[in-house]
Design a protein around this ligand. Structure first.
Ligand SMILES: NC(=O)c1ccc[n+]([C@@H]2O[C@H](COP(=O)([O-])OP(=O)(O)OC[C@H]3O[C@@H](n4cnc5c(N)ncnc54)[C@H](O)[C@@H]3O)[C@@H](O)[C@H]2O)c1
Length: 255
């Protein structure tokens, strides 16, 4: 089969760091040109895309801002003419017991983790529809299923991503566009390491050890454990797969 990623244009949000960086690198290695949308500089990711011999573009963008996402869409249109693959990866972690969550905290988590995907989908879906092909991958989290304490707004935002994925998949299926979600467990990234330990974990290193004990595959997870699933979901082999959430978590099956 021909390489279905070759010369596709991918937009990856939050690709300056962690999982998004690994996603951008993998899509470039698969043959895509890659646009990075992030609030922070993404020099290492840009270098990785260059090393793969693909074109890249960095757009400074707060994905929770309608104006920034409109500017992102305009930049992508100017530089590449289209977006074929959209990866809604940008997200923030904020661990707080429910009684300490202020409405501003709630809104911030919901707007960066969920409103962002609404905005980017609104911006890029019309072009995908015109071309009759598109791939959207949304970042959810295994904690939607297992429930980490002190994570009410985060888990609500990830549940929203799963709902958005299912609902949009139904609307966009007839247009050749698939929409799926990936739900990792605790993954070694700069964001996760800064987030701080969960109740019951002394520090983040212990958090990884304790999490691994609950996984069928008992080791800590890294961003590279997720890239194969992204590659599959964004290629032609997954043309009949939509509306699904893929729990990539080493088999987080034990209580
Ligand atoms: N690391 C984990 O344990 C884990 C587990 C489950 C799900 N996830 C999800 O994976 C995704 C990536 O997480 P990560 O661990 O790589 O985090 P990370 O903090 O290492 O990277 C997140 C990136 O998003 C960017 N970002 C944050 N706010 C933004 C905004 N408003 N606009 C644009 N960019 C913004 C950051 O600058 C950063 O580059 C998130 O959606 C997260 O919820 C992570």
């Amino acid at each position: 089969m021909a390489n279905s990623h070759r010369d596709k244009i991918a937009v990856v949000t939050g690709a300056a760091s962690g999982i998004g960086q690994a996603f951008a690198r993998r899509l470039a290695e698969d043959g895509c040109h890659v646009v990075i949308a992030d609030v922070q500089a993404a020099d290492d990711t840009l270098k990785a895309i260059e090393r793969a011999g693909r074109r890249s573009l960095f757009v400074q963008c707060d994905v929770s801002s309608p104006d920034d996402v409109a500017a992102l869409a305009a930049e992508v249109e100017r530089a590449f003419g289209q977006c074929d693959i959209l990866v809604n990866n940008a997200g923030i972690f904020q661990m707080q017991p429910f009684d300490q969550v202020k409405f501003t905290d709630w809104r911030r988590v919901l707007s960066i983790n969920l409103d962002s995907a609404f905005l980017t989908c609104q911006a890029f879906v019309p072009g995908m529809k015109r071309r009759g092909w598109g791939r959207i991958v949304n970042m959810a989290s295994s904690t939607f299923g297992t429930v980490t304490l002190g994570y009410v707004h985060y888990i609500a935002s990830k549940g929203g991503m799963i709902g958005l994925t299912r609902a949009l998949a139904s609307e966009l299926g007839p247009h050749g566009i698939t929409v799926n979600a990936i739900a990792p467990t605790l993954t070694r990234t700069p964001g996760a390491m800064k987030r701080g330990p969960r109740p019951g974990d002394a520090d983040m290193e212990q958090a990884f050890v304790n999490n691994a004990r609950r996984q069928a595959i008992p080791r800590g997870m890294t961003p590279d454990d997720l890239t194969g699933t992204l590659s599959y979901l964004t290629g032609d082999d997954a043309a009949f797969v939509t509306g699904q959430t893929f729990y990539v978590n080493g088999g987080l099956v034990r209580a």
